[in-house]
Write a protein that binds this ligand. Structure first.
Ligand SMILES: Cc1cc2nc3c(=O)[nH]c(=O)nc-3n(C[C@H](O)[C@H](O)[C@H](O)COP(=O)(O)OP(=O)(O)OC[C@H]3O[C@@H](n4cnc5c(N)ncnc54)[C@H](O)[C@@H]3O)c2cc1C
Length: 503
């Protein structure tokens, strides 16, 4: 089991590829686009480098997942620590700064949500500390074999050994929403938590699983950094690592078919009429896109097609505005990331996340200007209906969403409209075109239930990686998922190689 083909050069695919190449396997990554990173890529347009989706990077603290990955692969990430993760602008005009320093954050949240809110934050931080500690050693959730069960049992025993009184609460939180922890607390706190969970768990507190929410809300405490040159530099560093360890990364190679036949190596075909033999294939794709590629003939793998659920009708996509901005409107030392909550229900321009390039980052913008990415959650359906049946109405909706998004963004950046140098809107149609994810579905599954989480095993010698598998979305989570897949493949190949450095 030596030849590995990874379809997709997103963070999940590249992490797995680099670790497997380092372990000595023959690894080739096929990437459809001309640059790596997918939803965490950075693209060039008219003098600017815009982050396509992800903008905020975490996991770079002393013992963080990205730090460990860098150590394993010999990567010196081009990052610098951030003082603030973001400023959150609430509907009543209040601004809550999410400081990365724990004491400043505690003082900030006490001022914003009162002492009563501390019960919630204490629960969140203590729970997150337990979960993140386990996550760094790899939480094999959902378990997909005896080895996973053994590791999970060891994690449970570890938690029980350190904090036995917390086990009943953890068991309850495993099956209830985060809202259960907010009962009786202020509407302002609930609104803040809802906004944060929408971007980190794809769902608000009434539906987000409490354990997942505790860990997701902790991102700003987990080594937030700024990436010079754009977040795509992380994927570029992973490409270099794959190559340095003897693997290949091929761009403009879109996989079009994975041919699976009993007793024979698989063959991955691409749009360039190339065919790559493989003993194992890793799909850095949503499950339905992976399924669509598999041609299993009459083999047992044909059953995969019927097992894969379709893309949910109410799935989220993103509407994004990329803008070049005169930096005269940006106060010196102001946070680079802002979340603006205008009104509920959140999403559809009622809430936006905006991120500016670092001051003086000449790789990203001409002198005196900044690259800005503004995004909002949007349901996919209407965009595709209009795109298919009424192009003028699709364009009109795009213009309306651009306007709404800019109006929300102006709350954080007054004078934004007057400072625009360049404006480039992107819809789910755009995301499909550039990430090849069907219908532009991005952000992963809403984290409503731990028992609906998906593991990486997709079929015999077929694996999934990326934000469709646990622990879900984000650069850090997809990297952690990538480490799990690498470890699992090496275990099936009978190799024991350190994929996650010991704590
Ligand atoms: C608007 C937005 C904002 C976000 N903000 C943040 C944030 O601030 N912080 C954060 O950590 N995360 C954020 N995320 C989430 C994060 O970007 C994703 O969870 C993560 O990047 C997904 O990685 P992935 O491994 O699933 O791969 P993807 O990013 O999905 O990449 C898959 C790759 O596969 C390629 N591909 C697809 N089909 C084929 C094929 N047939 N053949 C070859 N190649 C193919 C694509 O071109 C792509 O490069 C955001 C996402 C979005 C959309």
């Amino acid at each position: 089991m030596n030849r590995i083909i990874v379809i997709g050069g997103g963070i999940g695919g590249l992490t797995t590829a680099a670790l497997l190449a380092k372990a000595g396997l023959d690894v080739t990554v096929l990437e459809a686009h001309i640059y790596p990173g997918g939803c965490a890529g950075t693209f060039f347009h008219q003098g600017y480098r815009f982050d396509a989706g992800a903008t905020l990077a975490a996991g770079f603290d002393a013992n963080g997942g990205m730090t460990r990955l860098g150590e394993l692969l010999g990567i010196a990430w081009p990052v610098e620590p951030a003082e603030t993760a973001m400023a959150v602008h609430l509907p009543d005009g209040a601004v809550v700064t999410r400081w990365t320093d724990p004491e400043r954050w505690q003082a900030e949240r006490r001022a914003a949500f009162g002492d009563a809110g501390e019960t919630f934050w204490r629960w969140q931080e203590r729970t997150a500390d337990l979960l993140w500690r386990a996550a760094l050693d790899g939480i094999p959730w959902p378990p997909q074999g005896l080895a996973d069960l053994q590791r999970l049992a060891a994690t449970g025993l570890d938690i029980a050994g350190r904090d036995p009184w917390r086990l009943p609460g953890i068991a309850l939180d495993a099956v209830r929403p985060a809202a259960a922890r907010l009962v009786g607390l202020s509407a302002q706190l609930r609104r803040y938590v809802d906004g944060q969970l929408l971007i980190s768990a794809q769902v608000t507190a009434d539906r987000a699983n409490a354990l997942y929410a505790a860990a997701a809300l902790d991102m700003p405490r987990r080594g937030v950094v700024h990436v010079r040159g754009g977040i795509g530099k992380l994927a570029e560093a992973l490409v270099t690592a794959v190559r340095r360890h003897g693997g290949e990364v091929l761009f403009r190679q879109r996989a079009t078919r994975v041919c699976v036949r009993d007793g024979q190596p698989m063959v991955v075909e691409t749009n360039k009429d190339a065919g790559f033999e493989a003993d194992a294939v890793i799909f850095n794709l949503p499950p339905w896109d992976a399924t669509a590629l598999i041609d299993a003939g009459r083999t047992a793998e044909a059953a995969i097609t019927s097992r894969t659920s379709p893309l949910p009708a109410d799935a989220w996509g993103a509407f994004v505005v990329y803008a070049g901005v005169d930096e005269g409107i940006i106060a010196a030392g102001a946070p680079l990331h802002h979340q603006v909550l205008v009104r509920e229900p959140l999403g559809e321009g009622n809430s936006v996340f905006l991120s500016l390039s670092l001051p003086g980052d000449v790789l990203r913008a001409p002198t005196g200007c900044r690259a800005l990415t503004i995004s909002t959650h949007t349901r996919l359906g209407s965009w595709w209906t209009l795109f298919a049946s009424d192009r003028p109405a699709y364009e009109a909706r795009k213009a309306e969403y651009t306007d709404r998004t800019l109006t929300a963004a102006e709350i954080a950046l007054p004078g934004l409209r007057g400072a625009l140098k360049l404006l480039l809107p992107g819809t789910p149609v755009t995301f499909q075109r550039f990430t090849h994810r069907s219908r532009g579905w991005v952000g992963g599954f809403p984290q409503t239930s731990l028992f609906q989480a998906r593991g990486p095993r997709f079929g015999p010698h077929l694996w999934l990686v990326g934000d469709s598998i646990f622990p879900g979305q984000s650069v850090l989570a997809t990297a952690l998922g990538g480490m799990r897949v690498a470890r699992a493949i090496l275990a099936t190949a009978g190799r024991r190689v350190a994929v996650v450095a010991p704590a």
